[in-house]
Every structure is written in structure tokens, then in C-alpha cells.
Ligand binder design. Structure first.
Ligand code: NAD
Ligand code: TYD
Length: 353
């Protein structure tokens, strides 16, 4: 059995769905169900004994300890976080609370659970912490990609809170020998991403003929990673990664924001046979994000050399799948962006509320 935190969010739910497709092992999912956490993502597992959900926050170490004691997972994978940079700029408090204090409380609960395991279970246990490339700060066009040895230079309240959590994880490994692994990945995209992030927001705004806001000149670069490639890497690192190590995971797909948006506009016009007004006319340059990082780029040498992993999707293939998913699942987008999700929860999971 494994325990996942934040498993109702974008990456966590994709990870659980992939896990249940590729293994029989049970998954415990603990999630606070913030605006970004939706059990609808996991509705295909609603009646499956393989997935068990608890509406618990990582900062509640008493409840987390009880769940750990009862289910005795062999690994904990921590996805739970506040994850949107713009929200962190407008209100950092939740980010400090969940990403720093929450991770600390989770580490305390996991560490005392682990310390009391029998020797053989203790030796097999892993705590995997999912982090971001944003902790390394911003690159200039001529700079080398981020390696695991880059200095931490976070620029937003989000990345500073994730950097703090990474340091706490490292400290629990060095001080108490808690068997931890940290992964730092680049921007993910794919099904179930909340439509506040660039790619789903662009797709959704084109569907609804709404303006597409481009921060500043749109020349900022992100290294896009298809979410299922990320999940493959995480499963591999969980099984074969070395304790105490950090692994950078990237998509080998560096693109400017304006190129990403233009590509989505053109593809959607082709799919929707939209010939009259091209979707690129929806692009609207707006005020730049405060402290906007200009470029992220990941060097995946370590994970590819030591664990033989590389991403399978090209940006072209990943974006095609993503556009198709959003076109086929407009109900999901509408539900998570309006109050419909709450009604759905009351109907299907009234016992949890
Ligand atoms: P998300 O915002 O979609 O999901 C986060 C999940 O965590 C939600 O289900 C939310 O309800 C839950 N959560 C929030 N606070 C909680 C708390 N206190 N206790 C329990 N659950 C809580 O985020 P995501 O995009 O799936 O990201 C998952 C992880 O991956 C995060 O740690 C994020 O920092 C990291 N990451 C994301 C990206 C990306 O591009 N999305 C890139 C790099 C790293
Ligand atoms: P985002 O998806 O928020 O991820 P992150 O900030 O973690 O990289 O944004 C990706 C890039 O797109 C980032 O450079 C900010 C930019 N962006 C826009 O230009 N317009 C938007 O409406 C959003 C949400 C993001």
C-alpha cells in the first residue's frame, strides 16, 4: 500500500489513475479538497477497493498519524500544495501554511510512523516529495539548464514556499535519516489541470471565445512536461531511485508562452474548422506578472543516466491529447469553474462533507 497526498489535484489524480492502471497495489489518498482538488478526477475509481480517500489536510498530524498507523503504507508521496504562482502573489499566506507548515507537520507524522516500524518495513520505506524547478529561480537565454546542483534562488512566494519544504525534507533525511527522495519537475500539462494555468486557460478561452491574457511580451520560456510522462518518472524513481537523492524531471520541450498560445490557437482553429476569425485574434497582452521568471529549463541527465527515463511525448503529441481531452470534457471544466462540483460532491460523497 502507498499513501498519496494531494491526490485529488491535477498531478496527484493523474498519478493515482496511472498507478491503478499499472499495479494492483492499494492507494490511500489524503486531500484537503481546496478549489484545486476535485474527486471528480477520480470518479472512475469511485467503486474501486484499490483507492481509499480521506478528506484530511497534511497539516493535521494527528489525523495523518492515525491513517498511517492503520494502513501502514510502504511509501508516502507528497503532492499536496498550493500551486499557482499568481495566487501566491496576491495572497501568500495559504502557501506558507500548506507548503511549509503543512509539509513540516506531515514530515513529523511520517517520521514518527517510520521510526516505529519493524526493521524490514523500515528499510523498505520511502517518503517522496514532489517539488518544482521554480526553486532554482530564473535562467537567461544563454544559461545552462537546471541540474540538481543548482543553487536555490526562488523568486515568488510559491517557489519560496516550495524551496522551504524541500529544505525541510532534506533536513529530516540528514538529521533523522528519514528515507526521502525529492523530485523537481518542470511545468506539467495534460488532463484535469485546473483552468487557471496557461495551457488549459488558453484552450478554455478559445472554446468560449474569450480573450487570452499574455503576461508582458509573452517571451518567457517554460519546459513543458506531459503529466503522464511525469507520472512514469515518479513510479520509476519510487521503485529504483536512491534515498537522499534529488531528481530533476523535464519535458525537453522549451517553448515561449507566445509560441505555446499560437500553436494552440492554430490547432484549435483546424479542429473546429474555424476560418472566419482566427483564434490568435483573442490574444491580449496584459501587464506582466510581478517578479516573472523569464526561463526554466531542466537538465534530465541524472534521471536518464541512472534510471533510463526520458519523456515519451513530444510537445506536439502531448498538446494534441490535451486539446482533445478538454474538448471532450467541457463538463469537467464547467463544473470545476462554477459551483457544480460542490453539488456533485454533496450527491456522491455526502459522507465526507
Ligand atoms: P494542484 O493545485 O492541481 O493540486 C494540489 C492538491 O493538493 C489539490 O488536490 C488540493 O486540494 C491539495 N491540497 C492543497 N492543500 C492541501 C493540504 N493542506 N492538505 C492536503 N491536501 C492539500 O497542484 P498540481 O499541479 O497537481 O501539483 C502537485 C504538486 O506538484 C505540487 O506540490 C506542486 O508544487 C508540484 N509541481 C506542479 C507543477 C505543475 O506544473 N502543475 C510543476 C512542478 C511541480
Ligand atoms: P502558469 O501556467 O501559471 O505556470 P508557472 O507560473 O508555474 O510557470 O504560467 C505559465 C507561463 O504562462 C508563465 O510564464 C506565466 C504565463 N501566463 C500568461 O502569460 N498568461 C496567463 O493567463 C497565465 C495563467 C500564465
Amino acid at each position: 500500500m502507498i499513501l498519496v497526498t494531494g491526490g485529488a489535484g491535477f498531478i496527484g489524480s493523474n498519478f493515482i489513475l496511472d498507478w491503478c492502471r499499472s499495479s494492483d497495489e492499494q492507494v490511500i489518498n489524503i486531500d484537503k479538497l481546496t478549489y484545486a482538488g476535485n474527486l471528480m478526477n477520480l470518479s472512475s475509481l469511485k467503486d474501486s477497493p484499490q483507492h481509499k480517500f480521506f478528506n484530511v489536510e497534511i497539516g493535521n498530524s494527528n489525523q495523518v498519524s492515525k491513517i498511517l498507523k492503520k494502513y501502514k503504507p510502504r511509501a508516502v508521496i507528497n503532492f499536496a500544495a498550493e500551486s499557482h504562482v499568481d495566487r501566491s502573489i496576491h495572497g501568500p499566506r495559504d502557501f506558507i501554511y500548506t507548503n511549509i507548515i503543512g509539509t513540516y507537520e506531515l514530515l513529523e507524522a511520517v517520521n514518527s510512523y517510520w521510526a516505529n516500524l519493524q526493521d524490514s518495513q523500515k528499510a523498505d520505506f520511502k517518503f517522496m516529495h514532489i517539488s518544482t524547478d521554480e526553486v532554482y529561480g530564473s535562467l537567461l537565454p544563454e544559461d545552462s539548464s537546471f541540474t540538481e546542483k543548482n543553487q536555490y534562488k526562488p523568486n515568488s512566494p510559491y517557489s519560496a514556499s516550495k524551496a522551504s519544504s524541500d529544505h525541510l525534507v532534506r533536513a529530516f533525511n540528514k538529521t533523522y535519516q528519514l528515507p526521502t527522495i525529492t523530485t523537481n519537475c518542470s511545468n506539467n500539462y495534460g488532463p484535469f489541470q485546473f483552468p487557471e494555468k496557461l495551457i488549459p486557460l488558453t484552450i478554455n478561452n478559445i472554446i468560449h471565445n474569450k480573450k487570452i491574457p499574455v503576461y508582458g511580451d509573452g517571451m518567457q520560456v517554460r519546459d513543458w512536461l506531459y503529466v503522464n510522462d511525469h507520472c512514469d518518472a515518479l513510479r520509476l524513481i519510487l521503485s529504483d531511485g536512491s534515498i537522499g537523492e534529488i531528481y530533476n524531471i523535464g519535458g525537453l520541450n522549451e517553448k515561449t508562452n507566445i509560441d505555446v498560445i499560437t500553436m494552440i490557437c492554430n490547432k484549435m482553429d483546424d479542429i473546429q474548422f474555424k476560418k472566419d476569425i482566427p483564434s490568435i485574434n483573442l490574444i491580449q497582452h496584459v501587464k506582466d506578472r510581478a517578479g516573472h521568471d523569464t526561463r526554466y529549463s531542466i537538465d534530465i541527465s541524472k534521471v536518464s543516466k541512472t534510471l533510463d527515463w526520458k519523456p515519451k511525448e513530444t510537445f506536439e503529441s502531448g498538446i494534441d491529447k490535451t486539446i482533445k481531452w478538454y474538448l471532450d470534457n467541457q463538463n469537467w471544466v464547467d463544473s470545476v469553474s462554477t459551483g457544480e462540483y460542490v453539488k456533485w460532491m454533496k450527491k456522491n460523497y455526502s459522507e465526507l462533507l
